[in-house]
Structure formats: C-alpha cells, structure tokens
Write a protein that binds this ligand. Structure first.
Ligand SMILES: Nc1nc2c(ncn2[C@@H]2O[C@H](COP(=O)(O)OP(=O)(O)OP(=O)(O)O)[C@@H](O)[C@H]2O)c(=O)[nH]1
Ligand SMILES: [Mg+2]
Length: 220
C-alpha cells in the first residue's frame, strides 16, 4: 500500500470514529441531521431559506455552514430566522466530523429537531466524510446538465435523498429529468427523488414533509 493511501485511510478511520460520537450525541438529543452536498450554486442555501419559512412554528432547526471563505451563507440563514454557525475551511473542500464537534461547542445551539449541515460546494470531497448525519442529501440543479449522476457516482450512490433543484428553469435549459432520475436510481435503487423550486415553492412541501416525518421517527 502506498504511503498516501495509508495516510488517507487513517484520516478517514479517525473521522469515522469522531462521526460515531456525534451520531450517539444526536441520537441522545433526538435531532435529525442532514448533510447537504452539491456543486457551488445549485441552491443549498436557498433551499434552506425556503425550508426555514415553511417549517416556522412546526419544528425547531439550526444550521452549520461550511465554506472556504465568507460568512455570507450563515448570515442569509440567520436572516431567515435560523441559528447558524459558519465554519471556514480556508481552502479545504469538505467538512469533517471534528469540525462539526467544535462548531457545536462554539455555537451552543439550543436543542433542535433538525440540524442542517451545508457542506462545502462540490460533488467530490464531501462524499467520503461521515459527519454523524442521519442521511446525505445530494442536490443537482437543472442548469448543471443531465450527465452528472454518472459522472459523480459516489455521492449519488450514497445520498438517501437526491433533490433536483431549480425546476422552474426547466423550460429554459436542456435537461433530461427522466434520464437523471434513471441514473440516480441505478446508482442507488432505494434513493428518494424530489424535485424542487425555491423560486415557485414547487416541491418544498414534499421536502419538508420528508424531514418532519423522519424527525418524528427519530423522536419516537
Ligand atoms: N431560478 C431559481 N434560482 C434559484 C433556485 N434556488 C437557488 N437559485 C439561485 O441560484 C443561486 C445560487 O443559490 P445558492 O442557494 O446560494 O447556492 P448554494 O448551493 O448554496 O451555493 P454555495 O453555497 O456557493 O455552494 C442564487 O442566485 C439563487 O437565487 C431556484 O429554485 N430557482
Ligand atoms: Mg450556500
């Protein structure tokens, strides 16, 4: 085994151990945790803003944001009414479990029903880092092209939920939605597929219902 492969394997094993501690903590707090992963600009923060509006008064939520630079996304979510903590990776292309643990200590959120983790925008690096989440959510906007699940198979294979975002733009872009859904299901036959538009509100109820149902199951 090469030195690089060995170091990477150890780093992932250390991350998995930290993630397991987080998972036990979230189980004790009965908080449903989702890890949102997608390309830059595919609509993660905007979906969370729409989610905050739709869930207001129905569930409590908080957000951990991961970005290379700026506090912009955390500021947007605070403006939408959610407690939000920004992790700045300073160049790293994914979040890890240790950062989540530190963020939880620094943020000192009250106990919440839902914790959203918005990962650093890309479809590759965040895939293998367990953050103690209940499930990963992959987002793919209709502006990104219909070949993406097969070009970035690992994330679509691991995400329990894939959300096709910005469906309001479908009349204006070339995007083969059935082909994308077929690719996702061939990579992960048990995936849940959703279509949303944060602009028109289409699909936001289905997304929120899924979250509320999963959060209720975790509380039971
Ligand atoms: N038409 C349309 N535009 C959207 C929708 N959702 C997001 N946008 C726009 O897409 C752009 C990027 O959205 P963000 O939510 O910031 O994307 P992101 O995935 O959080 O981006 P990063 O945090 O940089 O990875 C913004 O200009 C949004 O207004 C949608 O459903 N429809
Ligand atoms: Mg964002």
């Amino acid at each position: 085994m090469s030195f690089t492969v060995d170091v990477r394997r150890r780093a992932l094993a250390a991350n998995d151990a930290e993630a397991e501690q987080l998972r036990r903590r979230f189980a004790g707090e009965r908080t449903l945790v989702t890890n949102l992963i997608s390309s830059p600009g595919s609509g993660k923060t905007t979906l969370l803003e729409a989610t905050a509006r739709r869930l207001a008064g129905r569930a409590t939520a908080a957000v951990i944001e991961g970005d290379v630079a700026t506090e912009l996304d955390a500021e947007r979510l605070r403006a939408a009414g959610l407690p939000a903590y920004q992790i700045l990776t300073g160049g790293a292309c994914h979040l890890d479990a240790r950062q989540i643990g530190k963020a939880l200590t620094a943020a000192a959120f009250p106990r919440v029903d839902l914790l959203f983790i918005e990962n650093v925008g890309n479809l590759i690096c965040p895939t293998t880092y367990d953050l103690g989440e209940d499930f990963k959510v992959a987002l793919l906007s209709v502006a990104e092209g219909s070949d993406k699940p097969f070009k970035y198979p690992a994330i679509f294979a691991r995400a329990e939920v894939t959300v096709v975002t910005k469906v309001d733009l479908l009349p204006h872009v070339r995007f083969d939605l059935p082909a994308v859904e077929r690719q996702v299901l061939s990579l992960n036959p048990s995936a849940t597929l959703l279509r949303t538009s944060s602009a028109t509100g289409e699909g936001i109820d289905a997304w929120c219902d899924l979250l509320l149902e999963r959060a209720a199951r975790k509380r039971a």
